[in-house]
Design a protein around this ligand. Sequence first.
Ligand code: NCD
Length: 300
Amino acid sequence: MATRHIISIGDFDRQEIDRLLDHAAQIYKKKYNENALHGKILAVLFFEPSTRTRMSFESAMARLGGTSLSVGSVEACSMAKGETLADTIRVVSGYADAIVIRHPKEGAARLAAEFATVPVINAGDGAGQHPSQTLLDLYTIRQSMPIDGIDVALIGDLRYGRTAHSLASALSLYNARLHTISPKGLELPATLVADLQAKGMEITEHDDIREIIGMVDVLYVTRMQRERFPDSASYFNVASSYRITPELLAGANENLIVLHPLPRVDEIDPRVDTSAHARYFEQSRNGVPVRMAMLMDVLK
Ligand code: NCD
């Protein structure tokens, strides 16, 4: 059988996503074998900062009896000596049974998969994709409502935000309608919009979240991806241009849920944390069962 890589959410069809989320739901209820991945090793190659993704992959591995390996910081590994990503991946393939990689360059995970002899999971490639985040986003939505036909507002930096790209693609499999709100210049990439529209997805751009707050089911908030801006002036021009507050949510439909992949900077007022709409901390916790299901898939 060919090595199973997870590079883009497009690697999954609807049936595969649903099966994986069903499996995660079993795991969530503690129905799993604690030794399912005993003896397996996951290499964690992160060339960008991470708290949730990295720790939840490591936690997932540990809960299934497996082990994780990492080089620590980028500065501590041989890429700092000029080794190519291709060589690093070839070497790491000899030390582990799967590789989870995060890299600042779009396409890096796909390149890694070409040189790896073990499964590669993309944990974020620049402004590209973040498929494991999308699976846990979908899982979190499904805990509150069926995904089919929902209205989802994506707000924030939709240009550089990889979580928004992967989620938008996945939602097209569920006939969801997309409402986008972003500062000028940070809109969802035109190629992605065209691609989703060709698949029949309804996508509407709005200037102000207040226009639609009363009719959406999910409000997906993202931070400005400051590290991907060409310079700090262009960041400061748009920073703090939107903020979700309890006052704004007063106009929301009662079942609206607010998601955020985290980390948040100042785009969600902390007073929202205690509102019945807030789901973002639950969402980050869901990273563990969802990644357990993913690891069991690729390492079985
Ligand atoms: C996201 C990422 O790395 O793309 N974080 C995460 O994995 N939860 C979102 C972000 O950094 O803004």
